[in-house]
Design a protein around this ligand. Sequence first.
Ligand code: ZN
Length: 321
Amino acid sequence: MEIAPGIHRIECKFGNKRMVFVHLLIGDQASMLVDTGCAHNPEQEILPYMGSIGFDLRRLTYILISHSDLDHQGGNQPMKDAAPSALLMCHTLDRAWVEDTEALIRGRYSQFERDHQIGYGEEGKAGIRASCLSRPLNLTLEGGESFRLGANWTVEAVHTPGHTWGHLAVYDPRSLTLVAGEAGLWNAILDEAWQPALPPTYCYVDTYLATLDRLMTMDIQTLSAAHWPLQQGPDVGEFLRESRNYCLLVERKLLDLARERDSYSLREAIETLGPQLGRWPTETNQDFSYGMLGNLNRLTQRGLLKAGCGPQDVVRWRLNS
Ligand SMILES: [Zn+2]
């Protein structure tokens, strides 16, 4: 679907009723694909969509990966095979995980195993491996770069950290459209029927809130994010504000829980508060680890909570009083 002149939003399906929107920006001088979905999505949706609008793959100049996650970078190898002359790129800070699936599994998907005994298990990791075909990049970005796609059309890479350190969005000042990826995560990540699929997976709270503040000051008329309906007009601000408020609500709930209990682990926090905070399937509630650990780290840095080691070396938090 063309959501603004030259900007196409392509729905890619994966997993259990999940979907991710990738974007194709077509100018008369250059073209850019933002994200490649999972390993199967280039063949299943992206290349057929390009064919259906008569887009010649030799015209694909750039493949920009918004951030390191299997549903955004998983199709990098097949997409680059299909368009070898396109330059594959992401933010410098996400480079290590975008280039190497094993580094992504170790660094992102296994990060809660040692201190919190929360993980995806070998079966889960085998599924990630199969869905994520990474490859070396051609270049990395810092945010602020502009790309001339046409005689009167330039788009900009915007550094929007929070979900990852190197998250990038793409802003089109001509149509006031932001291809937002997961710069804001609302109060849930949604499935193909717009039902909650999992909790919002912001990770680094201070930088996430700063990103949302920055986006709220930008002139955005259309916000096209990776797992949510298209937002337009006043709904853009609502989406960003809800993302911000929800993150702060989780933080307040974590502080309240510390007042009620002597101490708690990350698992206890997600299992207690997760069902109160959203309607995603029980099996995806463990993905609240990303967001809640971000909030707990921030509460600890602000001196409101303190972290210590409990039984079996699992981290526990308590009020710092
Ligand atoms: Zn995603």
